[in-house]
Design a binder for this molecule. Structure first.
Ligand code: SF4
Ligand code: SF4
Length: 96
């Protein structure tokens, strides 16, 4: 049975400016050095690094007014690889 995700894509144009930065609520592992400022990095007890998230669930580097990334040029590789309209995006996409 087909799940509902492709149906969303069929009836709704998926673009970031119609989305509440849903993918910026996911855990973002830092797997390579792209220059993310230290203040946005969370380090666990084993030394693993992720983008820090605030109590509202979104990444610390997201501007809450504009819902844009404040460190776009230095964003992690995982954020660079996340494709608008791709499968993972269609799973996360929410209209504002
Ligand atoms: S989930 Fe998709 S549409 Fe929403 S901000 Fe992320 S890439 Fe853009
Ligand atoms: S670094 Fe930028 S693009 Fe990546 S999750 Fe944080 S706000 Fe979103």
């Amino acid at each position: 049975m087909q799940n509902s995700v492709p149906e969303i894509a069929e009836f709704t144009e998926i673009t970031c400016n119609r989305c509440q930065a849903s993918c910026c609520r996911l855990e973002v592992l830092l797997i390579s050095e792209t220059g993310v400022p230290e203040r946005y990095i969370a380090t666990d007890r084993w030394g693993g690094q992720t983008m820090a998230r605030l109590d509202d669930g979104w990444c610390a580097a997201l501007n809450r007014q504009t819902m844009n990334c404040m460190i776009y040029a230095q964003r992690p590789q995982i954020c660079r690889d996340f494709k608008m309209g791709g499968h993972e995006c269609r799973v996360e996409f929410t209209t504002g």
